[in-house]
Design a binder for this molecule. Sequence first.
Ligand code: GUN
Ligand code: ZN
Length: 445
Amino acid sequence: MNIKALRADLVTFTGDPFLQAPERCLRYIPDAIVVIEDGRIADLGPASDLLARLPQGIVPEHYPDGIISAGFIDTHVHYPQTEMIGAYGEQLLEWLNTYTFVAEQNFASAEHASRIAGVFLRELLRAGTTTAVVYCTVHPQSVDAFFNESARFNTRMIAGKVLMDRNAPQALLDSAQLGYDQSKALIERWHNHGRQHYCITPRFAPTSSDAQLEVCGVLAREHPDAFIQTHLCENRDEIKWVLELFPQRKSYLDVYANAGIVRDRSVFGHGIHLTEEDFCTCHQTGAALAHCPTSNLFLGSGLFRLFEAKDPKRPVRVGLGTDLGAGTSFSQLQSLNEAYKVAQLNQTRLNAIQAFYLATRGSAEALCLDDRIGTIAKGFDADLVILDKKATPLMALRSEFCKDIVEQLFVLMILGDDRAVRATYVAGEQVYDREAEGEKFSYPD
Ligand code: GUN
Ligand code: ZN
């Protein structure tokens, strides 16, 4: 048996702080020990209790300035856009044509795809993200490249081939039948292969014909435990275009509902301009929204109404996403920084308990994976991040003046980024060590 232990302060969540008093949802254990057995959490508690019952010979890895959290979960991100993050000047539709569809053509090369997948996964781990819901490109080899690298790290990842059969460059188009055949073969190869899960991935309504969206519905029915991802109500011009392309549908979301792809394990990116009826549909079906604040600000898309989505009368599952390359950082701490500001502009207040819940357990709930990841508790996967309160001189000073853990978490999300990630553990193995000499990343044995 492979046993190890980690020692630092610990935070995790026991419930949804948008639906209950936030302080009741936070579990904070100063100077905690987490015991890991064969990749899962076997025990946790205050060091003062745990030290006495640690298995013989087990010396905890101690992070004196650390906070142990469940690894971050990114519910919406595009790995092929790593090479074009920070592309100047455009809003969604022009940005796609000018930059995105150009970069994605590079993924016809399996070699290029492997190179970028390698960089992308390391950037996620450097940011403390251990699970992500990932768009590949239309090329099946882009999916193989991604899952092959994820399998090497043993990260729990959800990804799929983009389906597009219109309104994009010819080199990025498949067809309804080809999209079905390729997705089916990839599902057979990768879905539930170790910690890899497949995601049926029509890019968004404008780039799929009715026939292709129907095919997605067929795939979804044939594989009820597969995930589905697409974009929804991100930008006003996009919405107008969708209503022109699908005049018989009563809303953008209705295009997807009609195709049979609105259900639990469906993750819709953005949802900025949704109506009350749309929120009700998400609530009733169990579909999730991915809140992507850095992207929404970067592309000028608008302000996601988080507190409306999470209205306790009909709460919608909401996860947090970077949406890189429209998003501007791999760090979910930076996503939370911008989520706080988006909430402010909506005249609402995102507290640190709600924020860290969103980046961990809340995102796991959005993915129906909350029985395995997103929480530090016995039996859960040991996907963990060690955050560093003193990552920078400014953070060290500011942290000295924090009166409690909630203020400390808030400072981490406002000032923190990948520098505040001391180490990342995947299924109990350290895969990233900021302080390592030379190579900071390692595949588990
Ligand atoms: N809508 C359709 N494709 C994309 C994409 O790649 N990024 C974003 N932000 N929105 C999209
Ligand atoms: Zn996106």
